[in-house]
Write a protein that binds this ligand. Sequence first.
Ligand code: PMP
Length: 410
Amino acid sequence: SVENIPQLPPDPLFGLKARYSEDPRPNKVDLGIGAYRDNDGKPWILPSVRLAENLLQNSKEYNHEYLAISGYKAFTDAAARIILGQQSRAIAEDRLVSIQTLSGTGALHVAGKFLKDFYVSNATRDPPVIYLSKPTWANHVQIFEYLGLKTASYPYWNNETKSLDLDGFVKAIEQAPEGSVFLLHATAHNPTGLDPKPDQWLKILQAIEKGKHLALFDSAYQGFSSGSLDKDAWAVREAVDKNYSFPIIVCQSFAKNAGMYGERVGAVHVVLPNHDTALNKAVLSQLSKIIRAEISNPPAYGAKIVSLILNTPELMKQWEDDLVTMSSRISKMRQTLTAELEKLGTPGSWKHIVEQQGMFSFTGLTPAQVERLEKEHGVYLVSSGRASIAGLNEGNVKHVAKCIDEVVRT
Ligand code: PMP
């Protein structure tokens, strides 16, 4: 019988989006979901994407046929080169298995399923525990627990200093049972906007090596932190190509950096320790089985668009310009918001908003202040105090600063 199906609460983020849509106030502001908006607060189709769409529609690749189970190879190959680098040793030595997924969420799901089926913790002989930063993107917990995997958290954000708790992080890596999985945000950490500096990354990677763990990189914002694809891939490339021996999986999304949110363009890349043709084929066959059973084959349109961008030098150049357009507008909004708060003399320090990078800022606002921002002012952000800076623009940033000032003071 189907009597006892409990109704779940709405997803916090998509629930917020629904409340925002229904809000009739004309000066409402959406700082919730992590989607880029232009200076008029509108969704932005990247010029590089428009050019690629035109090219695609006039090419022989333009049809709506099925892709292969493993996806569009021109896309997955180019996607690997973007994250691992043109000079990647792992690619040159044929140690990489890549498969197309339903964006970053699908990549994490496929990686999780693969780990559950084929990776055992050396210490316990059970499927590994997936260690997530505290805090992390809320869906991380759900994606892995849905698969029956256990999750745990490692210290990351020090709320007092609003900086990285490196000692806590490294200690957690040292204390985890050998062969655990550490999920690492490749760049633009969600929700804090705080990334380790290169010397801190080295300590993290060395601890992972020592603990014989697996590094699971989640790359959802390459190009959003610095505007440079290469700079934002530094940590991943350091881990893959610098003589570490721990296993690595990279989950890659083009939702944000290509503005292809709804097209679900992504890939998972499994880096093998040695060149081993048989293992390479075995891994690909297992990943393919997961895709076949779950979605049969991945969506074609977005993959063809992104592939055209990555494989056409002029489009690539345009995309790099587009990344600078997005990241520099966000960075300008960080500066303006901070300057406005300082001008108002809003109690507290707001420097961290400028220091953080990527799409988000962990403002330090309390759940009660966030609630008042929504109810009294129509300014929407998630209860953790995370604000999507992309929702700010020249037209609303002063207003948002005033609203923040008001809820902080009273
Ligand atoms: N990882 C992180 C950290 C994210 O913030 C997101 C998107 N919010 C994703 C993965 C996946 O996004 P998508 O499935 O849209 O690619």
